[in-house]
Design a protein around this ligand. Structure first.
Ligand code: HT7
Ligand code: ZN
Length: 883
């Protein structure tokens, strides 16, 4: 396989002006006719025109109306090349045949539950027709769709519907025209039996936009929350960024077979139905929140991604990091900012940090790829969003908005780079961003060490920083990064001290403001080592560092446990209150892991129990914040901090602490459950979600006690639940412990929900993730369950992905978990390489484990590598994992 490098980027020799597509959709074959107007980048150029194309049968090619003969072009399995196209502008017409009904890769044109749909990002358009499949080719499209009227009554594509009618032979057609130039990855087509929920949104300049969410008829009632989310997102983008929708129609289609979450095709977003369909009985609070975020995300792409797109795929974070940042802010404004920040940082730590420390580590803007699909990663998305957040931290809300405005003013209708975004932020504010661009090119999570000292005579408080970016594949030596560190100083009563000035780099900088006391400031840490000295500090403070998690780094400070308990109790920065509890929990877990490994008895520090108890009982706190603050760091996070990851020890320790907390705080947990029930109708709002989150976290703790009284309680919660959040939480609490009750309740749940595939996926995932020893056998059995289907990505993510998330069973000492995954990857690769490569990624950190596990995992990777016909997707992940 060929590796593609950012440094080799070249502008295309030809651009496309207009693209007319005609689809004749059929059961046996689909005919695609394209007519493209082509013009050279440089007048008079005689460069060959190279088009991408795979899995298509070429029927004919015409240039300026004249059919080409075989020698006039060159065709191989990936390209169609016109060696000497005409000079100047010309038309190119190509007819091809494709077979969407056999396309299990779910990219290009394919069928999902009998309906036709498309997925073109990143490089799926080349499975539809021959084209320069790269995002810097932006053209205006029309699309005519012809199909059987009974089988496919609804025909959709991008833009406006300009014509429709009936044809002979029971067929009909529709013609769509998109007035905006777009790259081909934003092309979409849907044809099928669908019905819509319709609504309207009037933009602030008075445009009346028709909103339609399409699903099979029986699911339309479950689209109310998606419609609410869409309207909220449209309003939010106007209020916060001044960005309006630009067409009269916005369609969303939900399909059950989809490789990722959703796709922002211009005016025709296609969604995984998991992220559209919700009712209180069938979807949990987490599902509702995910729908809000992803509907927002795809809508926000209309400006950040569609109107201004990426020059090449290396720039993916330009649209994805920025749009994730925008959806995070949207969700924060719709709910609790602190809780959302905690959730986002936890995701970063649990998924992105391990990636940044493993063989697939890559910068936010990767330098190379074999298969672009493999780079839709937590690094590009979540770390990319942190990079955008840092601009805002440095510039403030208004400065950031100025930068965004300039970005759109300069680049509307263009395909641009991360430097263009950087330049807009910098120029709009006349800002000094020092070495900030390193965030795009250096992989690895910076480790920032901080030591503090107080000088009582000089009334100064010093913070000394040092930073190190660990080596990553292909990048052994790193430069220092520009790290914005938000800091506040707490006095002995727990209040923020007013800050006056900071001495740094030989100059005294005032941080005070005339209008109000400054209680937090952002330090610009840019060197390998440097010191900041706060002046006019009249008592020894306790520093609250990296407030709001102002940079994606691992922070190591010299704060004592007492300092951390103090911050947990008092910090005005709620994020850092949570963080202090997490730092304490991580330290505690790591020291108990060491005890466990040395067969020492495990005991729980009473101060830790007391700290969590006071949070749990503090009625002034947000309930969801409490739920997060009493939740221990995940097992992956702890394994990530160990020299040699020991899944059994980490699991044993986490289980021990949970049980111990449950038994010592049993009465508090019981009253938490009692006091947070509600008989009222399900409402998706922050207070109600927070209440449910706290109740269910308490219930999960109680469930870990394995006593019959608590099992009865959970059973009661299960039976009386009026919504999926509570019902599934009770089911999860019960299924922590093996036995008849567990088996009975799992069976009952399936019987109840067998007709709802999205709920059945939850049922698969819960069993797959179980830490019950030897669970691999149960998961193997579930592969043959009638509701399971290896061709459906959601089912694979639930069952196989869920299983790989169980440290105990996936990393079983006998290698049974690794063997299971190895076999599945090879089967999946034949059907859907994108999904297979996501699954094979679970092996990528095999070197983190002991020798025996290393040998077993490596064997599986080697077996995969030696398979015939391996996809490039799986090859890239498996080979880089072994390198
Ligand atoms: N921009 C979308 C990316 C996407 C995708 C990428 C590769 C393979 C399948 C895919 N489906 C959607 C999703 C988003 O970030 O908005
Ligand atoms: Zn996106």
């Amino acid at each position: 396989p060929k590796e593609i490098f950012l440094k080799d980027y070249k502008s295309p020799d030809y651009y496309f002006d207009t693209v007319d597509l005609r689809f004749s959709l059929g059961e046996e074959k689909t005919i695609v006719a394209s007519k493209i107007t082509v013009f050279p980048r440089v007048e008079g150029s005689s460069a060959p025109l190279v088009l991408n194309g795979v899995d298509q049968k070429l029927i004919s090619i015409k240039v300026d109306g004249k059919e080409l003969k075989e020698g006039d072009y060159h065709l191989d399995s990936r390209h169609l090349t016109l060696q000497s196209p005409p000079q100047g502008k010309f038309t190119l017409e190509i007819d091809t045949e494709i077979q969407p009904q056999n396309n299990t890769s779910l990219e290009g044109l394919y069928k999902s539950s009998g309906n036709f749909c498309t997925q073109c990002e990143a490089e799926g358009f080349r499975k539809i027709t021959f084209y320069q499949d790269r995002p810097d080719i932006m053209a205006k499209y029309t699309c005519r769709i012809e199909a059987d009227k009974l089988l496919y009554p609804v025909l959709l594509s991008n833009g406006n519907l300009i014509e429709q009618g009936t044809l002979e032979g029971g067929k009909h057609y529709a013609v769509w025209e998109d007035p905006f130039k777009k790259p081909c990855y934003l092309f979409a087509l849907v044809a099928g039996q669908l019905e819509s929920r319709d609504d309207t949104f009037v933009t602030r300049s008075g445009r009346k936009v028709a909103l339609r969410i399409w699903t099979p008829a029986e699911d339309v009632p479950k689209t109310a929350h998606a419609m609410y989310s869409l309207k909220a997102a449209m309003k939010w983008d106007e209020d916060v960024f001044g960005l309006e929708y630009d067409l009269d129609l916005f369609n969303v289609v939900a399909v059950p077979d989809f490789n990722m979450g959703a796709m922002e095709n211009k005016s025709l977003n296609i969604f995984n139905s998991k992220l559209v369909l919700a009712s209180p009985e069938t979807a949990s609070d987490a599902d509702y929140a995910a729908i809000l975020g992803v509907i927002g995300h795809e809508y926000f792409h209309n400006w950040t991604g569609n109107r201004v797109t990426c020059r090449d795929w290396f720039q993916l974070s330009l649209k994805e990091g920025l749009t994730v940042f925008r959806d995070q802010e949207f969700s924060s404004d719709m709910g609790s900012r602190t809780v959302k920040r905690i959730a986002d940082v936890s995701k970063l730590r649990n998924y992105q940090f391990p990636q940044d420390a493993g063989p697939m580590a890559h910068p936010v803007r990767p330098h190379s790829y074999i298969k672009m699909d493999n780079f839709y990663t937590v690094t590009v998305y979540e770390k990319g969003a942190e990079v955008v957040r840092m601009y805002k931290t440095l510039l403030g809300t208004q400065g950031f908005r100025k930068g965004m405005d300039l970005y759109f003013k300069r680049h509307d209708g263009q395909a641009v780079t991360c430097e263009d975004f950087f330049a807009a932020m910098k120029d709009a504010n006349g800002a000094d961003f020092a070495n900030f661009l390193q965030w795009y090119s250096q992989a690895g999570t910076p480790v920032v060490k901080v030591t503090s000292s107080y000088n009582a005579e000089a009334h100064t408080f010093s913070l000394k920083f040092s930073q190190e970016v660990p080596p990553t594949p292909g990048q052994l030596v790193k430069e220092p990064m520009f790290i914005p560190v938000a800091v506040g100083l707490l006095d002995s009563s727990g209040k923020d001290m007013p800050l006056s000035s900071v001495y740094h780099d030989g100059t005294l900088q005032s941080v005070a403001s005339i209008s109000q006391p400054v209680l937090s400031t952002v330090l610009r840490v840019t060197k390998k080592e440097e010191e900041f000295v706060f002046c006019d500090i009249f008592e020894r403070p306790i520093p609250s560092l990296l407030r709001g998690y102002s940079a994606p780094v691992r922070l190591e400070s010299d704060l004592s446990d007492n300092d951390l308990f103090f911050l947990l109790a008092h910090d005005s920065d709620e994020f850092n209150r949570w963080e202090s509890g997490q730092v304490l929990a991580r330290k505690l877990m790591l020291s108990l892991v060491a005890d466990f490994q040395q067969s020492k008895p495990l005991t729980l520090n009473p101060k830790f129990v007391q700290g969590l108890k006071s949070i749990l009982c503090d009625t002034s706190l947000d309930k969801e914040f409490i739920a997060k603050a009493i939740t221990l760091p995940g097992e992956g996070e702890i394994m990530d901090m160990m020299e040699v990851a020991d899944p059994d020890a980490v699991h044993a320790v986490r289980t021990f602490i949970r049980k111990e907390l449950a038994s010592q705080l049993k009465s508090e947990f019981l009253s938490t459950v009692e006091n947070n029930r509600s008989s009222e109708e399900y409402v998706f709002d922050h207070p109600n979600m927070a209440r449910r989150a706290l109740k269910n976290t308490a219930l999960a703790y109680l469930g870990s006690l394995e006593d019959s009284e608590m099992t009865e309680l959970a059973l009661h919660e299960y039976k009386t639940a009026t919504n999926m959040t509570d019902q599934f939480a009770a089911l999860s609490a019960i299924s922590q412990n093996p036995g008849k009750t567990r088996d009975d309740v799992l069976a009952d749940f399936y019987t109840k929900w067998q007709h709802n595939y999205l709920v059945v996926n939850k049922w698969f995932a819960l069993q797959a993730m179980s830490n019950i020893p030897g669970n691999v056998e149960n998961v193997r059995k579930l592969l043959n369950h009638p509701a399971f289907d290896l061709r459906n990505p959601n089912k694979v993510y639930s069952l196989i992905g869920g299983f790989c998330g169980s440290p105990v069973n996936f990393h079983a000492k006998d290698g049974s978990g690794y063997k299971f995954l190895g076999e599945i990857v090879l089967q999946l690769d034949k059907l859907n390489p994108q999904v297979a490569s996501r699954m094979v990624s679970a092996f990528s950190r095999w070197r983190r484990f002991d020798e025996s596990r290393q040998t077993l995992a490596k064997q599986q990777l080697e077996t995969i590598m030696s398979a015939n016909g391996l996809s490039e997707n799986v090859f890239e992940i498996a080979s880089k994992s072994l390198a």
